[in-house]
Write a protein that binds this ligand. Structure first.
Ligand code: APR
Length: 316
């Protein structure tokens, strides 16, 4: 690493996504990892297991597991995946309340032990949770970022590659908006080695890819039956960690705090961001069609409903 600094990454929540975050950070040698959870033994067990994989996978970064937030002290980046999944019989508002309380509590600890960290929120409902986290942390908004667009655009990249029979590495996509059925995939900004997909695929195939991207999370849940996706979400969060820690200035779709961009203010939404050592260092405002702008504003409305609900139950 060019700076010679040994970085520290906190992965808060040692469930499926949190453990994947730890694994990919270790494999990329991004820094030492502190895996944190409320369940005793879980983060310790996973951290030890990951440590024991080190000699084979060839990494030497350290990984510890803990139930004590003091151990995240001074971390450079904190990735928050802690939360409950939606269970049968649970309303959307129940989930919002439960995860809202979990994220609020975690933010208190991040504020106490790692006031200079850049924080990446993964817990769903993402756009609302990242807004809540920024308000609770009181950190500059560029240091509190939501992971969603990276995952949604990775899904779209794989679907385009599968359809065309080309390498996924050659496909670039951009997805705006909130994380969920209201997201706004942008086929006009989707290319294969520089060639717009509008020149490579008929409209009905593009529409099907857009639809599959929107429902990408649900597709995995339907297959797994007892949980939700974790490899691609973990990998997506780690791509963001990497760009921040190595100051790579990657242009990635992330949920960022908007202050007038795309005609939206005081809200977190998925937009193209340049990520570097200072977090979100730039937000790009793309030219988009009227229809995409309308969809973006509709998806913002959904997010505002969630924020209002958090306010109505006194969490915000
Ligand atoms: N502090 C720390 N960890 C907590 C807390 C808390 N207050 N509350 C819950 N957790 C932990 C749980 O003990 C569990 O180990 O969060 C972990 C969540 O892990 P999983 O249930 O496996 O969920 P996962 O699949 O990892 O998803 C986590 O990411 O993609 C999103 O929608 C997903 O919101 C969900 C989150």
């Amino acid at each position: 690493m060019s700076t010679g600094k040994r970085f520290k990454i906190a992965s808060i929540g040692a469930g499926n996504v949190g453990a994947s975050v730890a694994q990919y950070c270790l494999e990329e040698e991004l820094g030492d990892v502190v895996l944190t959870d409320i369940v005793e033994g879980l983060p310790q067990g996973k951290a030890l297991d990951l440590t024991e994989a080190g000699p084979i996978r060839g990494y030497s970064s350290q990984c510890i597991g803990t139930n004590d937030y003091k151990d995240i002290e001074g971390c450079d980046v904190a990735v928050v995946t802690a939360g409950l999944p939606r269970k049968p019989g649970m309303t959307r508002l129940d989930l919002l309340e439960k995860n809202g309380r979990i994220v609020s509590g975690i933010c208190e600890n991040i504020k106490k032990y790692a006031p200079d960290a850049t924080v990446i929120i993964v817990t769903n409902p993402l756009d609302v949770m990242v807004y809540l986290a920024q308000k609770k942390l009181g950190f500059p908004p560029e240091r509190v970022i939501g992971m969603a667009g990276c995952l949604d655009s990775a899904r779209m990249r794989s679907f385009v590659a599968m359809e065309l029979g080309v390498s996924m590495k050659n496909v670039d996509t951009m997805v705006l908006g909130s994380h969920g059925d209201d997201m706004v995939p942008l086929p006009h900004y989707t290319t294969v080695s520089g060639i717009p997909i509008t020149k490579l695929l008929p409209q009905e195939k593009i529409d099907a890819i857009v639809d599959r991207t929107r429902k990408g999370g649900g597709e995995i849940v339907a297959l797994l039956k007892t949980g939700s996706a974790f490899y691609a979400p973990g990998a997506s969060a780690v791509r963001m960690v990497q760009s921040i820690i190595r100051d790579e200035k990657q242009l990635l779709p992330c949920a960022a705090y908007l202050n007038g961009q795309y005609g939206l203010s005081d809200i977190y939404m998925g937009v193209p961001c340049v990520l570097g050592k200072d977090g979100v260092e730039q937000i790009l405002e793309l030219e988009i069609s009227d229809a995409d702008r309308t969809s973006l504003h509709q998806s913002a409305q959904e997010v505002r409903t969630g924020i209002d609900e958090l306010k109505s139950i006194g969490i915000l």
